[in-house]
Write a protein that binds this ligand. Structure first.
Ligand code: ADE
Length: 360
């Protein structure tokens, strides 16, 4: 079974999971290519896309600076790869304060949180990626700390229990989550600024690719940029990942410059089709269309059929397929739309659904 699963995964030439490894995981791990970090914008004025988010953050930052006060707590929500960590870093640069990075699941004990919070100076940013995965006990300590900038630490148990109130500096918490629905209400209510990041337009991604190519010192024309952009799932992280694969191809198989034809050949080797669907996306749709006769099918059933983790499918695969209208979600499960059938070259049944609303 394991080998079978491995063999299946090896088929995914373009590894969505690798491309989407969370920023915090990458930042914490060794060997985050300096190159990769340098592709991320450092300041608000360099940021392409998410105009409303950038405009409102700019105002909040200018106002906080004018008042000489720390920023309100902020939460960024949305699918992976859209810039949540990048924005947290930008906010710290713009405010001129330090940023401390953590991830929800790594903050295992109350003590982990206490030692970070007590080390923060006025205005510092505490960034928690995957904040929806914070253990309950840590969350219960964090909520009052966000509200009162103080923590009640309990010593001893039973009749000997004493509490000691530890005062904290006025800090800013920035949380990032791909699953905003999983945040508890008390935690969510403590964020003054809540911003949803959406997929980028094709034009925005093409601009991001142009900027990245200039940083990587690789020549690219407009057609080359658009070929990559079309397949980037509206996601800068995927765009930059694909750009690097196309750069490799162009240096080995062409003259080192990226045009439309070089990009097309390189990307078809990666298994990404002209609509940006990866092999995993197509397998997901195929499972619903052929195995579950178009659905409805539950996510756990689809995950079992593909021998994939259901969380991976929900976070990495579904958002793009839903947004592009290949899939609809109903109370009884996922259904493939007419567009999904046509994409797989299968004749759609007469009653195959249309996307619920156009998000395009
Ligand atoms: N690189 C990755 N995301 C970017 C963005 N939103 N703007 C500019 N460069 C980027």
């Amino acid at each position: 079974m394991r080998d079978e699963r491995k063999a299946m995964n090896d088929e995914y030439s373009f590894d969505l999971k690798e491309a989407f490894r969370s920023d915090a995981q990458k930042d914490a791990g060794e060997g985050v290519a300096q190159e990769e970090l340098s592709l991320r914008p450092q300041r608000l004025k360099e940021y392409i896309g998410q105009k409303q988010v950038i405009d409102s953050l700019t105002i909040a930052i200018l106002a906080a600076k004018k008042r000489q006060e720390p920023l309100d707590h902020i939460i960024f929500q949305g699918p992976p790869g859209l810039g949540k960590t990048t924005l947290a870093n930008i906010v710290s640069k713009e405010m001129g304060v330090r940023i401390h990075h953590a991830t929800g699941p790594a903050l295992e004990k109350g003590g982990d949180l206490v030692s970070i919070l007590t080390s923060l100076e006025r205005g510092d940013i505490f960034f928690i990626d995957e904040i929806h995965r914070l253990p309950k006990i840590v969350e219960e300590l964090l909520c009052p700390a966000m509200e009162d900038f103080a923590m009640d630490i309990i010593f001893d148990k039973g009749a000997n229990a004493r509490t000691y109130r530890s005062r904290l500096e006025w800090f800013t918490l920035i949380g990032a989550t791909t699953r905003s629905g999983l945040l508890s209400r008390p935690l969510r209510e403590r964020f003054g600024i809540v911003r949803e990041l959406g997929f980028y337009t094709m034009d925005e991604i093409a601009l991001i690719i142009k900027r990245s190519a200039a940083i990587l010192k690789v020549g690219i024309d407009d057609e080359g940029g658009y070929e990559i952009s079309r397949r980037a799932r509206g996601t800068p992280r995927v765009a930059n990942h694909l750009l690097k694969r196309v750069r490799d191809y162009s240096q080995v198989k062409a003259d080192g410059k990226i045009d439309g034809s070089v990009a097309q050949k390189a990307l078809s080797l990666e298994g990404v089709d002209s609509d940006g669907l990866t092999i995993l996306d197509r397998k997901f749709l195929e499972a619903i269309v052929t195995y579950y006769k178009g659905g409805p099918a539950g996510i756990e059933a689809i995950a079992a059929t593909l021998q994939e983790d259901s969380g991976t499918l929900e976070e990495l695969v579904e958002p793009f397929l839903l947004q592009q209208g290949y899939l609809i979600r109903t109370s009884s499960g996922r259904r493939a739309t007419e567009k999904a059938y046509l994409h797989l070259n299968v004749t759609p049944p007469k009653d195959s659904p249309q996307p619920q609303r156009s998000l395009l």
